[in-house]
Design a protein around this ligand. Structure first.
Ligand SMILES: Cc1cc2nc3c(=O)[nH]c(=O)nc-3n(C[C@H](O)[C@H](O)[C@H](O)COP(=O)(O)O)c2cc1C
Length: 205
């Protein structure tokens, strides 16, 4: 089992640099630092992740390994997640869902789903932890705008021993700078950062 890192892990999931998800990630990081914590922001777009081949080799492998493990950086990202005392996903909504690169990485976690199904001790021994999300959509309305992303994140994180808290959903944030121009939204994201650090401290103590 990887050692816990001591830092809140923040995934910035947008394909666009400098947008609202990046702003949310930086606000979370600011809140963690102001509360005395350590934080690491990881932009997913900087990582090369190949799509799951649906070959089912992980189901047959005694260690539930993926055949692509040496061909890209998916495992690097999983190692960060396994070691994180708490994690925050800051993501835009693309077509009522997570962006394709983030979903591509999540699909690659099928090997963890298989490992959990098989009862692999290295995974079941993971400490219980909390996951958080700030989801940003451009549309001002849409009752189910965040449902797809929330469900995907919830069932992704379960395999890592993590429970997803109710996400912060921010609507009507389309252009770069829209989130930072909304003081209420900024406060909600800062509060999310404080919550993530409190959850991390609970695990690290
Ligand atoms: C491919 C694509 C699909 C999108 N689909 C939606 C959508 O279904 N609902 C919505 O509210 N906004 C949608 N948007 C708008 C983004 O969620 C919005 O611009 C957001 O602020 C982008 O986050 P970023 O600034 O972190 O890149 C979409 C944007 C893109 C590029």
């Amino acid at each position: 089992m990887p050692e816990l890192s001591g830092s809140v892990l923040v995934f910035a999931c947008s394909h666009r640099a400098g947008g609202n998800s990046d702003a949310a990630a930086e606000l979370v990081a600011r809140a963690v630092r102001e509360a005395g914590g350590a934080v690491r922001v990881v932009p997913l777009r900087d990582y090369n992740v190949l799509a799951c081949l649906a070959c089912r080799a992980c189901a047959k492998d005694p260690e539930s390994r993926c055949v692509l493990r040496k061909k890209d950086q998916a495992e690097e990202l999983f190692s960060l997640l396994l070691a994180a005392p708490s994690v925050v996903f800051c993501s835009p909504i693309y077509f009522y869902a997570l962006p394709s690169q983030c979903k591509t990485w999540i699909d690659r976690s099928q090997r963890f789903w298989e490992a959990r199904r098989k009862g692999d001790a290295w995974l079941l021994e993971q400490p219980e932890r909390q996951g958080f999300a700030c989801l940003v959509g451009g549309q001002p309305s849409g009752q189910k705008l965040f449902d797809g992303a929330r469900m995907t994140l919830k069932y992704f994180l379960v395999n890592f021993g993590m429970t997803l808290a109710e996400p912060v959903g921010l609507r009507g944030k389309d252009e770069r700078g829209d989130l930072l121009a909304d003081p209420l939204a900024v406060d909600r994201v800062l509060a999310l950062g404080r919550e993530a650090w409190a959850a991390a401290q609970g695990v690290l103590e």
